[in-house]
Design a binder for this molecule. Structure first.
Ligand SMILES: [Zn+2]
Length: 120
């Protein structure tokens, strides 16, 4: 085999090895994503059944109806400034000048803890 043929063969082998590595990497990414999706689905299902159980425990003895719940949900939804089916409170300003995400318990830049108390 002359030099050119040998280089061409080695390049072809390298290209094939790279394709195999990429396919293996993609398969691993898909498997990881699928696992994460299943975990999130399980978490949503647990939250859903917990929410339903809490609603049943509280609504009947306290006399609340589904309409009461819809009204509170709509009020919460609108309270963050956007009626979009979500409750996303606005970030607060930290003493360091950074905006602290509503879901965070402390500033991601300086570590200052917020004074917000969160149930969830
Ligand atoms: Zn800060």
């Amino acid at each position: 085999m002359d030099m050119l043929a040998q280089i061409s063969s080695e390049v072809s082998q390298g290209v094939e090895a790279n394709k195999t590595a990429q396919a293996t990497g993609r398969a691993a990414e898909v498997a990881t994503s699928s696992s994460e999706i299943r975990q999130l689905q399980d978490q949503v299902a647990r939250l859903q059944i917990g929410t339903e159980a809490m609603w049943r425990l509280l609504s009947e003895p306290l006399g609340f109806t589904d309409q009461h719940l819809f009204d509170v949900i709509e009020a919460l939804d609108k309270s963050d400034g956007t009626k979009d089916g979500r409750f996303m409170p606005a970030p607060v300003s930290c003493s360091c000048g950074a905006a602290i995400n509503a879901a965070a318990e402390k500033c991601q830049f300086c570590g200052t803890e917020t004074d917000r108390r969160k149930v969830f």
